[in-house]
Design a protein around this ligand. Structure first.
Ligand code: GLU
Ligand code: MG
Length: 453
């Protein structure tokens, strides 16, 4: 992995130099919330460099139990009786970025500590950090890349096109100026862009970004969403990562590629063509074992599971295979290749990447610890002929039932998992009242999710 331009992964002194060279006036100290939304404080650069980089700032812990509209569903850990405490934002000064699309601004991610000075159990960065540690304890470093899909929309949230021209280099040139600025802004923020293309939806696009360590990949993904929305707005458009904005059109996925590195080398590389090695088989075995429970991490509200339907290119069954868009875990296994990996395809673009990645690491590491076998690979049409493969949950109640009290929930932490379930549970009566059809995405649902996903 090479360090992309624009990110400052060193000391505060390096950040100080980059800030001076780029006339930075403001540092955004940023924490992702449970929905994957970046929140934080804008701090004058001098104040940050004089002391802010070590003592940090504070933010209401209510941010960890917000729903997508910032309402506060009942929660046993954060509520009026606990007094909505301040969480301490502790800057992670290795994460600095200087933005090119908003000159003068920079960003540093922060971890959250609770009132005892411990990692906040509800903070997505804490949840992911614990799972990274689990892999590292086994001598394995997770390497992760996300593929994000989104719709470009007009200010009234209608899609910018009415037709589909998948991966066209001819169609849609009006929007290429926007995509070009997005790619430049992402590169400017230190996110390695591999490429962008028109996706299989009207006004839908995808941008692929390069692999990184798991925390950087998650940081990059929330930053990606923020930057794509900001650049769309700079051009008079909007962008949405809502999982299923329109009943009849493709949903937007967040595909997550994972591999493990041991002693600086891809630990999945030592295999025969098309045959994952034992370590990769166990990793995939873990993903399959916990896939049903993981659905809630990738589809945490009433809209997300509506993406999981046959012939949408989103997976509907617990299965793995090689190059096949209808499988859930799509493996690249080529003899001696340094890019061997598993693409986990079930999460929606609106999901929180820290939590989806934490779920993958928790599941995969369990597969390795227990030497789980993924069984035979699936071939052919896994929508039309899924055989005896287990169906993934297709509604929120099913996703909650699969997660609540599961081994995966236990591995992610009891406090986090209980809080997470209660946030999801609060969506059920809202959807039952306002969007009761299991398949249809109605105006209420778009109103609730399209802008803030
Ligand atoms: N849009 C599809 C999804 O919701 C994925 C399409 C693809 O294969 O890239 O996951
Ligand atoms: Mg795609």
């Amino acid at each position: 992995m090479t360090e992309p331009a624009g990110s400052i992964s060193g000391s505060i002194e390096e950040f100080r130099e980059a800030a001076a060279a780029n006339n930075v006036h403001t540092v955004e100290l940023a924490i992702p919330d449970t929905q994957g939304h970046l929140r934080g404080k804008r701090i004058p650069v001098k104040r940050f460099l004089d002391g802010g980089h070590s003592h940090g700032a504070h933010i209401a812990d209510a941010m960890f139990v917000f729903d997508v509209q910032n309402d506060l569903p009942d929660n046993e850990f954060v509520n009026p009786d606990t007094g909505y405490l301040d969480a301490h934002m502790v800057p992670d000064n290795t994460t600095g970025r200087v933005f090119s699309h908003r000159p003068g601004y920079s960003l540093v991610f922060a971890d959250a500590e609770n009132e005892h000075g411990d990692p906040h159990p509800l903070a997505p960065r804490s949840v992911l950090a614990a799972q990274i540690e689990r892999c590292r304890a086994a001598g394995l470093e997770p390497v992760v890349a996300t593929e994000m899909e989104f719709y470009l929309c007009n200010p009234d949230w209608s899609p910018v096109q009415e037709h589909i021209q998948y991966s066209s280099l001819t169609d849609g040139m009006d929007f290429e100026v926007v995509l070009a600025d997005m790619r430049a802004a992402l590169l400017g923020a230190g996110i390695e862009v591999e490429g962008s293309n028109a996706e299989y939806g009207p006004g839908q696009f995808e941008v692929n970004t390069g692999p990184a360590d798991a925390m950087t990949a998650a940081d990059n993904t929330v930053l990606f969403k923020s930057i794509v929305k900001q650049v769309a707005m700079q051009h008079g458009y909007r962008a949405t990562f809502m999982a299923k904005p329109w009943t009849e059109q493709s949903g937007s996925g967040m595909h997550v590629h994972s591999s493990l590195s041991a002693d600086g080398k891809n630990a999945f590389s030592d295999c025969s063509d098309g045959e994952p090695n034992d370590l990769m088989r166990s990793w995939v075995g873990g993903l399959l074992q916990h896939a049903e429970a993981m659905t809630l991490l990738g589809a945490p509200n009433s809209n997300g599971p509506k993406r999981i339907r046959p012939y949408t290119f989103a997976p509907t069954h617990v299965c793995w295979g090689l190059d096949n868009r209808s499988v859930m875990a799509r493996c690249v296994a080529q003899a001696g290749a340094g890019a061997n990996r598993v693409e986990f395809r079930s999460g929606g673009a609106d999901a929180n990447p820290y939590l989806v990645i934490a779920g993958i690491l928790a599941a995969g590491s369990d597969g390795i610890e227990r030497n789980l076998d993924p069984g035979a690979m699936s071939e052919g049409d896994m929508y039309g002929a899924p055989g005896d493969k287990t169906a993934l949950p297709t509604d929120l109640a099913g996703a909650i039932a699969a997660f609540e009290g599961s081994e995966l929930a236990g591995r992610l932490g009891d406090t986090f998992s209980r809080s997470y379930v209660s946030i999801a549970q609060a969506e059920i009566p809202l959807a039952a009242e306002n969007s009761p059809d299991a398949d249809e995405v109605n105006d209420w649902e778009r109103q609730r999710f399209i802008e803030h996903s």
